[in-house]
Design a protein around this ligand. Structure first.
Ligand code: SAH
Ligand code: SF4
Length: 334
């Protein structure tokens, strides 16, 4: 698909269900009906960056800041293991307090004690840090490029350089991480042409994991009162992402569930094959407010609710690791 075709499909308000059927068929062929659960641990909400869209930005002084201790993170990983999860996702702001060697020690213990896959999502780090973390056992890394438009990126992330983010994603791939990236849809200043370029870049990156979620305006950021993307368009973008990236694991994001009724279920019907239940202790998680509404416990975070939701769409929880299906170290062909 050419960029212009993608743009026209995004702009088209009239078409039928073809695109959704195609996305769902591709998902079924490449991933089956099992949905992988990744347990999300939000281990620190301190952030040294000032992204305009994010509630964790350093200038948001309304937020109560926290960071979990190594012990707390480990007991959360144990909880994930006891609940039957196969993957933990450790996510944080860019918290300069956490030294790479401390994170390495935590990851090493999680792997040794519980044998879980570990995904890290802690933003931009030095190449040597990514290397050390990989050696300590981190399997996967999530680093969204957020938008492919350099000007928009650098407006939204005033202390960041677009090229550095792309370079970091390349480094993660070189280091043999199962690499995840993606965008937010509905950002102010993002038109259909940019969205088409975003999806094309996601395709060209040949990612192991791709995350596309709607932007949600936070009242304590400079983007307060900004509108976001309408539901139909958002779901269409997910379906197009699945068609363009047939072999990437794709979550039905928490933001889908926060913004739209049955949003995560709709995403699962449009190509998604992953859910990321939040298992952060509530006293902390309620302050991990990237956007509002996130801290309200989604009933879908309860495993029984997830099972019911999945069986209503003839899907089920997968108890496999859910590694990349692209081949390489963990993949099908290894
Ligand atoms: N600090 C790390 C990881 C935490 S943020 C980083 O920035 O990579 C994780 C993701 O949250 C970001 O990649 C972004 O896509 C998403 N996010 C941040 N603010 C958001 C908002 N207001 N609405 C929707 N998603 C948001
Ligand atoms: Fe920090 Fe990430 Fe939020 Fe930016 S998006 S302010 S880097 S937590």
């Amino acid at each position: 698909m050419k960029e212009k075709e993608i743009e026209d499909l995004i702009a088209d308000k009239s078409f039928g269900t073809d695109i959704f059927d195609k996305a769902d068929k591709i998902r079924k062929e490449n991933f089956g009906d099992g949905v992988h659960l990744r347990a999300l641990i939000e281990f620190s909400n301190y952030c040294s960056r000032n992204c305009l869209y994010c509630g964790l930005r350093r200038d948001n002084n309304k937020l109560k800041r926290y960071r979990m201790s190594s012990k707390e993170i480990l007991s959360c990983a144990k909880k994930a293991f006891d609940m039957g999860f196969k993957t933990v996702v450790l996510q944080s702001g860019e918290d300069l307090f956490f030294k790479t060697k401390d994170l390495c020690a935590i990851v090493y213990k999680i792997k040794k004690n519980y044998g879980l896959r570990v995904t890290l999502s802690a933003g931009l780090l030095k190449k040597s840090d990514y290397g050390d973390l990989k050696n300590s056992g981190v399997d996967r890394y999530l680093l969204k490029f957020e938008t492919s438009d350099k000007k928009l990126y650098e407006y939204l992330k005033p202390d960041s350089v677009f090229g550095d983010r792309l370079k970091a994603i390349e480094i993660l791939k070189e280091l043999n991480y199962q690499t995840g990236s993606g965008i937010m849809a509905g950002l102010p200043g993002q038109n259909d042409k940019i969205l088409a370029k975003d999806l094309k870049l996601i395709k060209d990156m040949e990612l192991d994991m791709v995350s596309v979620g709607p932007f949600i305006s936070d009242p304590d950021t400079p983007l307060k009162n900004c509108s976001t993307i309408e539901e139909f368009k958002m779901i269409k973008i997910l379906a197009l992402t699945r068609i363009l990236s047939p072999f990437s694991h794709m979550p039905a994001t928490t933001s889908m569930g926060v913004l739209y009724k049955n949003g995560r279920k709709k995403a699962l019907l449009a190509g998604a094959n992953v859910l990321m239940p939040d298992i952060t202790p509530v006293i902390y998680g309620e302050n991990y407010r990237i956007y509002p509404g996130k801290n309200i416990k989604d009933p879908e975070d309860n495993i029984n609710e997830i099972k019911d939701m999945l069986s209503s769409i003839s899907r089920h929880i997968s108890y496999e690791f859910g590694d990349s299906v692209r081949g390489g170290f963990y993949g099908k062909n290894s």
